[in-house]
Design a protein around this ligand. Sequence first.
Ligand code: WT7
Length: 650
Amino acid sequence: MPHTNSHDHIDAMLHETRVIAPSEEFQARARVTREEYERRYRQSLEQPDQFWSEVAGELHWTKPWEQVLDWQEPHAQWFVGGQTNVAYNALDRNVQRGLGDKRAIVWEGEDGEVRTYTYAELLREVKRAANVLLALGVQPGDRVTLYMPLIPEAAVAMLACARIGAVHSVVFGGFSVSALSDRINDAQSKVLITADAGYRRGQPVPLKKNADVAAQNTPTLEKMLVVRRAGVEVAWEPERDVWWHEAIEAASDEHEAAPLDSEHPLFILYTSGSTGKPKGVQHTTGGYMVGTYLTTQTVFDLRDDDVYWCTADVGWITGHSYSVYGPLLNGATVVMYEGAPNQPDWGRFWSLIEKHRVTILYTAPTAIRAFMQHGDEIPGRYDLSSLRLLGSVGEPINPEAWMWYWRVIGGERCPVVDTWWQTETGSIMLTTLPGAFSSKPGSAGVPMYGVEPALMTREGEELGADDGGLLVIKRPWPSMLRTIYGDDERYRKSYWGEIKGVYFAGDGARRDADGYYTIVGRVDDVLNVSGHRLGTMEIESALVAHPSVSEAAVVGKPDPIKGESVVAFVLTQDGYTVDPTELRAHVSREIGALARPDSIIVSDALPKTRSGKIMRRFLRQIAAGKPIEGDTSTLEDPSVLERLAATPPA
Ligand code: WT7
């Protein structure tokens, strides 16, 4: 059994036996019935070419593909020889289908400002932005970094890149200056798109100011395009900086989407792995488009009159696939909200749902647990009757939070779909299609079309139902990552090299007799804090970069709201004292506030084997306040454990 970092949740999940069926009414109208799922799932595995051709054929291609899949493990090419454009399919195609006047984006700022774009308006903006990028010298294949608040311009910028074949790399606005410059440098971006500032809990977040500092260190960066969001004063370099609104106003709204090879790179998105350096996960055009299109439509049971809200920021894969690409490819009305869930209070989400008559809500367990903690009374003040479907993503959802979501938010009327997937998978892999399957609180569910999961040992031995093991995927799927940008060797090793012949997800899981998978957590040194992936090594490198720290080890500790919280064990550098407040601020500056350790334990030694390997297993037990279990005889000095356990965390 792989180790995992949230034992309490697992215990609860192992004992969970509830099964919640969708209502008769939902089933009767569902886009996908159980029979339909069984038939199409079988087809997707037995006749994949036919299956994927049918799906891809619903979208527009300027040149048809010659071959559905070319698989030279570990490299896949999908819809080989085909040409298409994702932005064309998301916008021009929908306008041509008569959706020009339909609302594409309904955006609400944290300050309550509302802006709406119809499909025709969004298309016009994206055409203008595409012309702006071209005028700045951006060529197909060039990388463009985005460091933006969650405003419509972020989606416009992504789609404009897609339209001209530039590769976007969105860096979450909560990341620090050095995280930003590292990502610009790794991608060798030419252009950075940012904003003067964004809003978070009423405070302007100085994005342009951070970008200016980052840009002192980014030799490839030529231009900075700046959206005026907050109206705050910013420094200006006339040779380099361009106001978005001025450039857009001056740009022509005529632009033909570039026909791009199906395997043309669409975007890079950095995520944490088990080494200190984040991985630039690379996705391509055709397969990603087909995967997000199909899953959004089926998993969310999308219909013409839905008002769909995925709360994820565009800085994460969920924001890429399910706030922007997937729903727009389906011609849906997408709600976007810029700010925090508790601004001005914990009723903000519910007020948004009431106001915009949201029908589908897709959010993270950490948010659900935070709402739950503030009681049933707050959501009870709002009219949530427009909701008909709820989704969860990002981390295991504990059955208590699931039941609360279903009962209090969904009024026991809306199916709850848990969805397991990853930055690397591009689109949803495991879920319970609503209407076709019952849900089991805490269990992610069954494979989506074309997904062939299995549980294995490290040695590649396949396990049966009720055995816990490593979650793997046995064949390529269209929206899977193609490589790690600039590091194909790492791609080979991390995903297709861990266990021979299969994709290694890095998660431990179990499967029940009905074929439902329950994810128990990461099996590598990756934490999941509030649904965000953090590498322990990244945080450790940040810690040891501080002069007062000579060595550091970071582990996760189960947290009732965040899922996991960051616990840092640090050794003091001779001649210094560790100031926990300063050290937290330092990690924020190095990575971002989300990586800030909740507890810091200052010590004189770490539990190491004679060969010098840190035994994190014991550190996890100490962090969780649990008794030490396991063989401590391999430790060089087992007495370290007692001293650590006796040290109060700061
Ligand atoms: C890791 C991927 C793709 C969604 C956003 C996170 C965990 C994700 C679930 C779920 C249990 C989940 C896994 C996975 N995870 N969704 N429904 N149930 N665990 O994407 O940052 O790439 O993280 O998040 O551990 O490997 P990500």
